[in-house]
Design a protein around this ligand. Structure first.
Ligand SMILES: *Cc1c(COP(=O)(O)O)cnc(C)c1O
Length: 401
């Protein structure tokens, strides 16, 4: 099973009918993340990973502490992007040796915390390298570093570009050789490379091409490495379908490209361990956002379901402050799945802005105040990626079921 059970009159979430779950939570709106769906997704990913490839979880996709704790023993490591996420990973019991810390603009204090923790730093600038050398000397501990490369290619077809061209992330591939040759500070231990070309990628062929080109680049840059390359992190970015017409990622070309990448690295860099760091793909489909209908209004012929939740909890489903052409996430009236009475309705939130929309003119079961609106595909970049204090409404709750 890798979907929520929508076969009955009511959506079932973690084995419970939705309305009962809402009573258990004690309030709406809430996010619910399903352990069994997360575990099933991780198992599915493992099936396409060649032996020895390590699967990391990128915490920023969903940093709920219980979820991170649940995931920790199921993956081989964690990727963190702040001292706050580092604490979460360590609290969850992650082995510091298998935590990677990336992100532009790491503060000096964060770098010291990371060195003291013994995690691997994904270095994104010459300044970070200097600060790490200082921290290593002050603490009398090695600073373990991997260089984050801003690739010299751009991933066509990715939803969000994180590398290629001019970017604040990582070190331009052209500058990496000089940086590698200058890495002889006391206490700095070079372990390898990290590259992350882009997020929300739905095409297996594009991910496969990215893997091929990243491996090419790493093999080339490794010639200047000051020590054997032990770590090659090929990034995350596998996408999930959100909008009508989008199809699930085809893992077959990804599996083939991973097998090739593994073989090439085994030959060219025999000490290297290959790492993937996935966020959205592991948890995105395992979460829903649930809001209750407060009011039902008809304005000039259009039905509006006004709910207690909205863009302040779920910015992505609302369309990110109107910056993109708005498309509907999958939405249903979760306690009326089989209802034959259907209509076109817009689902909006309580905020005084026309941007507070969860669904626009979508065909839904006819709903009344008290009914539960469910937004699917909400397990990643939800609660913590939304402006929860905007307009002063209550925060949402998150549960793991
Ligand atoms: C955000 C992030 C990820 C995870 O990206 P997804 O698209 O959620 O898989 C991986 N690596 C780094 C460095 C990131 O910043």
């Amino acid at each position: 099973m890798d979907r929520f059970d929508a076969s009955g009159a009511e959506l079932r979430v973690g084995g419970l009918p939705l309305s009962r779950l809402a009573e258990r939570v004690g309030q709406t709106p809430f996010y619910a993340y399903d352990r069994s769906l997360i575990a099933a997704r991780i198992a599915a990913v493992r099936l396409v990973l060649p032996p020895g490839v390590r699967l990391h979880y990128a915490i920023k996709a969903n940093p709920m502490a219980a979820l991170v704790g649940f995931l920790c023993p199921l993956v081989d490591g964690m990727d963190v992007a702040s001292a706050g996420e580092l604490k979460l990973a360590l609290d969850a019991g992650a082995d510091p040796l298998s935590i990677g810390f990336a992100g532009p603009g790491k503060r000096a204090a964060e770098l010291r915390q990371a060195v003291a923790s013994g995690v691997l730093l994904h270095v994104e600038s010459a300044r970070e390298l200097q600060l790490l050398a200082k921290a290593a000397q002050d603490l009398g501990m090695p600073a373990r570093v991997a260089l984050r490369i801003n690739p010299d290619f751009e991933l066509r077809g990715a939803g969000m570009h994180m590398g290629g061209g001019a970017k604040p992330f990582g070190i331009d591939a052209e500058q990496v050789p000089a940086m590698l040759r200058s890495m002889h500070q006391d206490g700095v231990v070079f372990e390898g490379f990290h590259a992350y070309p882009g997020s929300q990628n739905l095409r297996g062929e594009v991910i496969a091409e990215s893997l091929r080109r990243t491996v090419d680049m790493v093999l080339r840059l490794a010639q200047d490495a000051p020590a054997p390359v032990r770590y090659v992190n090929l990034g995350g970015g596998w996408g999930i379908p959100y909008f009508p017409g989008e199809r699930r990622l085809d893992l077959a070309p990804v599996a083939e490209a991973l097998a090739q990448a593994t073989a090439r690295l085994a030959q060219g860099l025999p000490a290297a361990e290959l790492v993937l760091e996935l966020g959205r793909y592991l948890v995105g489909e395992a979460g829903i956002y649930v809001a209750r209908v407060l009011d039902r209004k008809v304005s000039r012929g259009q039905v509006f379901l006004v709910t207690d939740g909205g863009m302040h909890h779920h910015l992505a489903a609302s369309g990110n402050f109107g910056q993109v052409i708005r498309r509907n996430y999958p939405v249903a009236i979760g306690n009326r799945l089989q209802s034959a009475e259907r209509e076109s309705a817009s689902v909006v939130g309580p905020l005084c802005t026309p941007l507070d929309v969860l669904a626009e003119k979508l065909e839904l079961a006819v709903a009344q105040p008290g009914d539960l609106v469910v937004v699917f595909q909400s397990g990643a970049y939800g609660a913590t990626a939304s402006p929860q204090t905007f307009l002063g409404h209550p925060a949402c709750v998150e549960v793991l079921v």
